[in-house]
Design a protein around this ligand. Structure first.
Ligand SMILES: Cc1cc2nc3c(=O)[nH]c(=O)nc-3n(C[C@H](O)[C@H](O)[C@H](O)COP(=O)(O)O)c2cc1C
Ligand SMILES: CC(C)CC(=O)C(=O)O
Length: 412
């Protein structure tokens, strides 16, 4: 394995996190790093990987290793993608463009948030069809903007839409509330900039503890606005005014019957419809029933329901339910190449990383994201070699054991 050309300040994702820490202002750092409530699910996402150990096989000629895998019709260098995360220009002035350039250079799929600070057309242009772009969708209760966004994504050549399904309301993120987090005036939620041109007076801070649709811009004709999202026997009024993540991202009305079928029709045939935020076998079966093209096991990086199962712990029941009928991806807490190996051994087809890309951006823009991808890719390749595996498809349960709290080792 090549050992040359290291950034000696940054030899691991842990190093990268520390380096990024000093390069972000407090509001950005808290917004990026925080989990919901006490943050226990965020931590458990990371810790869950420590419950498994690898069973290495030897004397297998590992001189040639192929880490690549096909995803959305493209060859990805490793089974790792950059997860959609909102507002990347908070971390670096090039924001999503830097991420796109890094992904293109490294042959890595990229997920673009609906709430990006760069338009989907600009990101697509940057990649010129070299990597499969995925649009993460917050499907607005008010449909016109979402309809337009989907049409634009199709035109720009996006391969898939990941409908985020774990945000009927925004999770309670106390630092975000304390800091009165808002997008600075020089940045825009670019995918909706045109829609907002006439009325955009900027974002409003998240200052209260209410479910998100009770925040600014949402008027519900309910008796008590603090229970927004439920129309108490009276008319429901859609969000109005500028499109901000405080007003539009969460949608408490989303449902399998009403929305998945609608979305499939809108996207068909150009883009695949996936659901991001599945954490149970029951919902995995519903996803199959509604014929989505794939699922992402995710708890939104621990930013939504705190107390939910770590994604690695939720993965096996989802994999069992799906039985290979559609791809199962996973995200949350992946910080090492060995984590990628473990997730694949437990049945994931592919993993996505969120915060590490933001830390890379904050550290050195495009170069920092490339560094992050390089670290994870090299660690993954080395892990495969030392475990005695030469192709990604060979990674399976037999390479793992589970170790419980008292140190008892069990086969899977
Ligand atoms: C700052 C931040 C912003 C995010 N924005 C979005 C988003 O716009 N849409 C979405 O579906 N998920 C969003 N996510 C969740 C990620 O897509 C992903 O599920 C999560 O970051 C994975 O966990 P990890 O950060 O531990 O890798 C965001 C996560 C973070 C940390
Ligand atoms: C636009 C936001 C709701 C982004 C998001 O998903 C997050 O902050 O976790």
């Amino acid at each position: 394995m090549a050992q040359g050309n290291h950034d000696l300040n940054c030899l691991s994702i842990d190093d990268l996190e520390k380096l990024a820490y000093t390069r972000m202002d407090k509001m950005t750092r808290d917004y990026y790093n925080e989990g919901a409530d006490s943050g226990s699910t965020l931590l458990e996402n990371i810790k869950a990987y420590e419950k498994y150990r690898i069973r290495p096989r030897v004397l297998r000629d590992v001189s040639v290793i192929d880490t690549s895998i096909n995803v959305f019709g493209h060859k990805n260098a490793v089974p790792i993608g950059v997860a959609p995360t909102a507002m990347q220009r908070l971390a670096h002035s090039d924001g999503e463009l830097a991420t796109a350039r890094a992904c293109k250079n490294k042959d890595i799929a990229m997920g673009l948030s609906s709430f990006a600070t760069t338009s989907l057309e600009d990101v697509a242009k940057e990649c010129e069809g070299a990597i499969p772009n995925v649009l993460q969708l917050y499907l607005f209760e008010e449909r016109a903007h979402s309809k337009k966004l989907i049409a634009r994504a199709k035109k720009a050549g996006f391969k898939a839409v990941f409908l985020t399904v774990d945000t009927p309301y925004l999770g309670r993120r106390n630092a975000e509330i304390k800091n009165q987090f808002k997008l600075p005036g020089h940045l825009k939620i670019s995918n909706f900039a045109e829609d907002d041109a006439e009325q955009n007076d900027g974002d409003n801070p998240r200052t209260d503890n209410l479910p998100i649709s009770a925040n600014q811009g949402t008027k519900l004709k309910t008796k008590n606005p603090s229970v927004a999202g439920r129309t108490e026997g009276t008319e429901r009024v859609l969000p109005t005014g500028p499109i901000t993540f405080h007003t539009h991202a969460a949608n408490p009305t989303l449902s399998w019957e009403k929305d998945i079928e609608w979305l499939k029709q809108e996207c068909c045939p150009e883009m695949e419809v996936w659901v991001k935020g599945i954490a149970t076998a029951e919902d995995a079966i519903l996803a199959l029933h509604h014929q989505v093209r794939g699922i992402v096991v995710s708890n939104h990086g621990g930013r939504q329901l705190n107390g939910a199962l770590a994604t690695l712990d939720a993965l096996p029941e989802v994999v069992d339910a799906i039985q290979g009928k559609i791809p199962v991806h996973v995200d949350g807490g992946i910080r090492h190449g060995t984590d990628v190996f473990k997730a694949l051994a437990l049945g994931a087809d592919f993993v996505w990383v969120g915060r590490p890309a933001l830390w890379g951006l904050a550290y050195k823009g495009q170069e920092g994201v490339e560094l992050m991808l390089r670290l994870l890719s090299e660690e993954f390749r080395l892990c495969m070699a030392l475990a005695g595996v030469t192709r990604v498809q060979e990674i399976a349960k037999e390479y793992l054991v589970k170790v419980d709290k008292s140190g008892f080792v069990s086969k899977l």
